[in-house]
Design a protein around this ligand. Structure first.
Ligand SMILES: Nc1nc2c(ncn2[C@@H]2O[C@H](COP(=O)(O)OP(=O)(O)OP(=O)(O)O)[C@@H](O)[C@H]2O)c(=O)[nH]1
Length: 317
């Protein structure tokens, strides 16, 4: 009975696993598309949950046997940072804090200096398991794919990177995406889900709108404001009585801060800063949704909401 090898699956007794993963790779490597393909339409309601992770949650893969939380790696999206002299501490910290790192390398492009640079940094990143994900496999034939897999394997050997797995995927064609999830899950520690399933929503638009407002609100005051600044979009409704050719979307959003003293920072002298935040985020929201928007922003102190557990959950406290 007890002589089964540990590598054999134990479907019945498999413990629940949960943890964090981040995808790294040079720009255009397919990280976002892969994240979306793994996560599906459900995204996390709160983009930032300071008590759980300091990193922006991109999406959550929620399965009966595991919960995989995909977080952003700050800095690595920007080629200038990427090709700079050295990665900043934030990136290193992220790599040390996640449970698994997925390194995305497009199948249709030869490994370049950008890939080598990241791989070199990853090699120094300590014990966190690294999975090489060869993306966009739909763009190449099997010979090219085989060559790329060999090149990635060789790169790992050269740099002393011990790939936990090398997985070819196509997020666009939906090939091997669930296999990738199957391979990532065993690399997570045992543990209960980090987020209740109710924290996932089918309304990514609302979440993205909130995130755009949050970004604009944090711009320039990141050092003064806590990471726990939160934005909740209360309502998005088309304005009634508008001609079809001139639609307008009314968006009501609350910007929550932790202390009354922070109100001044967000609002600015004579409301100038909040107005600017509204204007900037409205432009981004209009670009995202493809419709003119009327944005109604209110600043609230989260303390007032402490007696309302539902609101608190929404805010990530
Ligand atoms: N054919 C094909 N195209 C893909 C695939 N995955 C991503 N792409 C395309 O590659 C481009 C870059 O994809 P992203 O997911 O934005 O790449 P990224 O790594 O997140 O890029 P940055 O945000 O710049 O770091 C987009 O035009 C995608 O549509 C894939 O599996 N197959």
């Amino acid at each position: 009975m007890s002589d089964r090898s540990p590598s054999q699956p134990r479907p019945q007794a498999a413990p629940h696993r949960s943890g964090f993963a981040c995808f790294v790779g040079r720009p255009n490597a397919g990280k976002s598309t892969l994240t979306n393909a793994l996560v599906g339409t459900k995204v996390a309601i709160t983009s930032s949950r300071p008590q759980t992770t300091r990193h922006t949650v991109r999406g959550i893969v929620h399965r009966p046997d595991a919960q995989l939380v995909l977080v952003d790696t700050p800095g690595l999206h920007k080629p200038r940072t990427l090709l700079g002299e050295r990665l900043n501490d934030v990136v290193r910290t992220t790599w040390a804090e996640v449970d698994v790192i997925g390194f995305c390398l497009p199948a249709d492009q030869k490994l370049g200096p950008g890939d080598r640079f990241i791989a070199g940094e990853l090699a120094k990143a300590g014990k966190t398991p690294k999975v090489a994900v060869v993306t966009k496999t739909d763009l190449v034939d099997s010979k090219q794919l085989a060559e790329q897999l060999i090149a990635v394997d060789r790169l790992g050997r050269e740099l002393g990177l011990d790939w936990a797995e090398i997985v070819p995927v196509s997020a666009v064609a939906g090939q091997q995406v669930s296999l990738l999830a199957d391979l990532l899950v065993p690399l997570l520690p045992e543990g209960p889900p980090l987020y209740p399933e109710g924290d996932l929503t089918d309304e990514p638009e609302q979440v993205m709108v909130a995130e755009l407002i949050r970004e604009a609100a944090l711009e320039g005051v990141r050092d003064e404001l806590p990471h726990s600044i939160a934005v909740v979009v209360e309502e998005m409704i088309p304005r009634e009585g508008r001609p079809e050719s001139k639609p307008l979307l009314d968006i009501h959003a609350n910007l929550y801060i932790e202390r009354p003293s922070q109100k001044g920072i967000v609002i600015g002298p004579k409301g100038a800063r909040l107005k600017d935040v509204g204007m900037k985020s409205r432009k981004h929201i209009e670009a995202l949704l493809g419709t003119p928007v009327f944005l109604d922003l209110h600043v609230k102190v989260a303390k007032d909401w402490q007696r309302d557990p539902r609101q608190l959950r929404k805010l990530g406290f």
